[in-house]
Design a protein around this ligand. Structure first.
Ligand code: ATP
Ligand code: MG
Length: 348
């Protein structure tokens, strides 16, 4: 569960600081829209920190996985470029981090086939995140890709032998499947030498940031504040945020999730404690809270937004970053696929 993963994350933090060279990170996002504050505080911030500590980092733009919960991938090229723009704006450094797209690395996808043979249908059926995503799906019917995408994700992570995956809470069940796939592959085909690591999730202190409607902030649920939004749009979104009928503002994530989430957002932007912000607002109520959040978010995002606007001028650069990232990812994936074939003693 989440609290076990949080405990493990604290241990990992120590190990990373002691020896960053032992770790390799894979993380990524689906090109279904622009990155938002849930991404930022859930995983992006951790990714940046790890990259800057010298941990080798791979960032996947999971374009094939767009098709898990919708029939057609709309505006794919645009969304992919917007993601690269978001990454560069927050400080992902293409010299140290490999940014690539799923579909540009065919060997990665070839790993999925043997991996699928390592999990049972009932294991896939039990996955709570898949159930939640089916509930929010825009698909006309649930596709096979929806059920198997945690295995697809195992291939995303294991192709580069990543052992550390900075993610939000919703990804924990998928990480469990990746760990199962790695263990079973090693047992079946490793001949005593493990081929794959068993990757750990790295949770941040905001593993599930809520959106303006009080459910998980998501690109495709229309409840997100994106990094790219302007100050006015941000103000409008926060003004419309769901709160509750209690006048006095208190921080209590269990009984007052919406109000507490706004307080947490402010706290994260200002690097302060949410309880303290609640105490300062107190009887001034929800309207004052919303003004405080708006100011904090806009101030926090201003430098990222300015950098983003500047970077958007040079589309050629964006495409070059992606081309070079794809090349590097392909070399790594080819090497892993060759190793897998040898281990399986196959002629596939
Ligand atoms: P979509 O609605 O299209 O699925 P999303 O907002 O869920 O988009 P993903 O690309 O699926 O974004 O997720 C990318 C990463 O960001 C994952 O590691 C996920 O756990 C994390 N993440 C997404 N939303 C949040 C959130 N609200 N709080 C914390 N982490 C999040
Ligand atoms: Mg998602």
């Amino acid at each position: 569960g989440t609290s076990a993963a949080q405990g493990r994350s604290a241990v990992l933090e120590e190990l990373i600081l002691q020896d960053p060279g032992q770790f390799r990170v894979l993380t990524g996002d689906r090109p279904t829209g622009r990155l938002h504050l849930g991404h930022y505080f859930g995983t992006l911030h951790n990714r940046m920190r790890l990259q800057n500590l010298g941990v080798e980092t791979f960032v996947i733009i999971a374009d094939y996985q767009v098709l898990t919960d919708r029939d057609i991938a709309d505006n794919l090229t645009e969304y992919v470029e917007e993601l690269v723009l978001d990454y560069l704006a927050i400080g992902v450094d293409p010299a140290r981090s490999t940014i690539f797209t799923h579909s540009a690395v065919p060997a990665l996808n070839q790993l999925m086939l043997p991996f699928l043979s390592l999990v049972s249908v009932s294991e896939l059926n039990r996955n709570p995140t898949v159930k939640d995503e089916i509930a929010h799906s825009r698909q006309s019917a649930v596709s096979g890709l929806m059920f198997t995408y945690p295995v697809h994700q195992a291939a995303d992570i294991l192709f580069c032998k990543a052992n550390l995956v900075p993610v939000g809470q919703d990804q924990l069940p998928h990480l469990e499947i990746t760990r199962t796939v790695a263990r079973r592959f090693n047992e079946r085909y490793g001949n005593g030498t493990p081929v794959f690591p068993r990757p750990d999730a790295l949770l941040s202190n905001a593993p599930l940031l809520l959106g303006m409607d009080g459910t998980k902030m998501s690109k495709s649920r229309g409840n997100a504040i994106t990094l790219a939004a302007d100050a006015d749009e941000t103000a409008r979104l926060i003004k419309g945020a769901k709160t509750d009928s209690e006048r006095f503002i208190t921080y209590d994530p269990v009984t007052r999730p919406e109000v507490s989430s706004l307080l947490l957002l402010t706290a994260l932007c200002q690097n302060r404690a949410p309880e303290q912000i609640a105490a300062e607002i107190g009887s001034a109520g929800a309207a004052a809270l919303k003004r405080t959040v708006t100011e904090a978010v806009n101030e926090f995002l201003a430098p990222i937004r300015a950098r983003r606007t500047e970077l958007a001028q040079d589309r050629t650069h964006l495409r070059r970053v992606l081309r070079e990232g794809n090349e590097r990812a392909n070399a790594v994936a080819d090497a892993t696929l060759a190793e897998v074939r040898t281990a399986m003693n196959s002629h596939y």
